[in-house]
Ligand binder design. Structure first.
Ligand code: PLP
Length: 449
């Protein structure tokens, strides 16, 4: 890594002059200028290297710059860079086949989008047209994207500013035993009460008005809350009982993150529609989509589907997906994610929890882990209040700064840090991340009481 602070300063200056960043007060941000990235690492123009425990935005499931995927994109660019979605294109057909072969059950048709939010928009559109109903039920503690319907479905503060209620969205509480909305003390209680609450919500909303229930199979940004045994199967039953379309959002949890191709496999459930993006091609070229079951696909056999995108199934994105899936097979990337979770990250994070009073709970699987940081383990009071900013968020800011000082780029959301490295992270890299977290948690511990 050749340091070049002058080049970094120029990149930064042009960014500050002209790039309008997501989710930010433009005058208050100071984005790091990144000079390059490879595998699990990236580096800045001063030559400082970071182990990326965020996988970008939890999407570089095979790490940065995988040579085989880079080569596949280059090859496709030389052959056919782009072509309109109405045509049959070899690489698009192949990507759809490879995805459909891996999605559970009869989710065998793929509608391609450019990312996760558009996948959610289209899944909801399909559900509404299929059922002839309007309402969609989604969970608090969720994220489904930033476009109109997707942000209205989202159950976190990012929704508030765009919450116009026009999407016919009704929110409910999904299970989360550590901070149980149902005063439950066991997973079985949490699951049963969450299902009862969902069914009560449906009864009072009117079952015949509800087109879909959407859930992240394992909620991601909201805190990696693995659903208790029986919950998702119970939701499946409720959907069947009332003719409601069951949508699982696997934009973050899919493509290896949980140690299976899709998180739904852990719970033996098959949704009617499944959204994906991110890991499908590690985000090397924007791609997302909806996997559609036979029944809903049949709705649009004779009747046109009234939705589309100029770049649906873009050849460069599809080439990246084909190569990524091939790499994941050849290099046993999904198996590696499961193995790292079972043997390094899971045990390592639990060991950190034993020594650090700021860790209230460790939860997750594969390369999908959350540390719920608390002021006090007995009361479980979060280390910072919900949606804290400025001074109120100082303990989490201090934790994040300490991680970075130790060469770890951490995922930080509210009172949590997530350990979400690439699915092909090595044992040594995962251990390096644990050591940096160890040092950063010592800083968080200073804010416990
Ligand atoms: N759904 C889930 C579960 C996500 O985590 C995200 C993004 O983080 C989205 C949807 C939105 O995806 P995108 O940002 O590609 O629109």
């Amino acid at each position: 890594i050749e340091p070049d602070p002058q080049a970094g300063a120029a990149v930064k200056a042009a960014d500050r002059a002209h790039v309008f960043h997501s989710w930010s007060a433009q005058g208050l941000i100071d984005p790091l200028a990144v000079a390059g990235a490879e595998g699990s690492y990236f580096w800045d123009y001063d030559g400082k290297r970071y182990l990326d425990f965020t996988s970008g935005l939890v999407y570089t499931n095979i790490g940065y710059q995988h040579p085989k995927v880079v080569a596949a994109i280059q090859e496709q660019a030389g052959k056919l860079t782009t072509f309109a979605p109405a045509f049959a294109i070899d690489v698009r057909s192949e990507a759809a086949r490879l995805i459909a072969e891996r999605t559970p059950g009869d989710l065998d048709k793929i509608f391609f989008t450019n990312g996760g939010a558009e996948a959610v928009e289209n899944a909801v559109r399909m559900a509404r047209l299929h059922t002839g109903r309007t309402k969609v039920l989604s969970a608090y503690r969720s994220y489904h994207g930033a476009t109109s319907t997707a942000i209205n479905l989202t159950g976190d503060p990012r929704r508030w500013a765009s919450d116009n209620g026009s999407a016919g969205v009704v929110r409910f509480w999904a299970p989360f035993l550590y901070r149980s909305p149902f005063y439950a003390t066991t997973e079985a209680e949490e699951s049963a009460r969450a299902l009862q609450h969902l069914e009560d919500t449906i009864a009072f909303e009117g079952p015949a008005t509800i087109a879909a229930i959407i859930l992240e199979t394992v909620p991601g940004t909201a805190g990696i809350m693995t659903p208790p045994p029986g919950y998702l199967a119970g939701v499946r039953e409720i959907c069947d009982k009332y003719g409601i379309v069951f949508v699982l959002d696997e934009v973050m949890a899919g493509f290896g993150r949980t140690g299976k191709w899709f998180a739904a496999e852990h719970f033996d459930v098959v949704p009617d529609l499944m959204t994906f993006a991110k890991g499908v091609n590690s985000g090397y070229v924007p791609l997302g989509g909806v996997a559609i079951n036979a029944e809903i696909a049949a709705t649009f056999d004779k009747r046109p589907y009234p939705g589309g995108l100029t770049y649906s199934g873009h050849p460069l994105a599809c080439a990246a997906a084909v190569a990524t899936i091939q790499v994941m097979e050849d290099e046993k990337v999904v198996e590696n994610a499961a193995h790292i979770g079972e043997t390094v990250l899971g045990p390592g994070l639990r060991e950190l929890a034993e020594r650090h009073p700021s860790v209230g709970e460790v939860r997750g699987m594969g390369v999908f882990w959350a540390l719920d940081l608390v002021k006090n383990r007995e009361t479980r009071e979060p280390l910072v209040p919900y949606n804290a900013a400025g001074e109120a968020n100082a303990p989490m800011a201090a934790f994040g700064a300490a991680a970075k000082a130790n060469g770890l780029w951490p995922f930080v959301n509210m009172n949590r840090t997530h350990a979400v490295p690439a699915c092909n992270v090595s044992e040594a890299e995962a251990k390096e991340g644990l050591a940096a977290l160890d040092a950063a948690l010592a800083v968080a511990d200073e804010h416990t009481a």
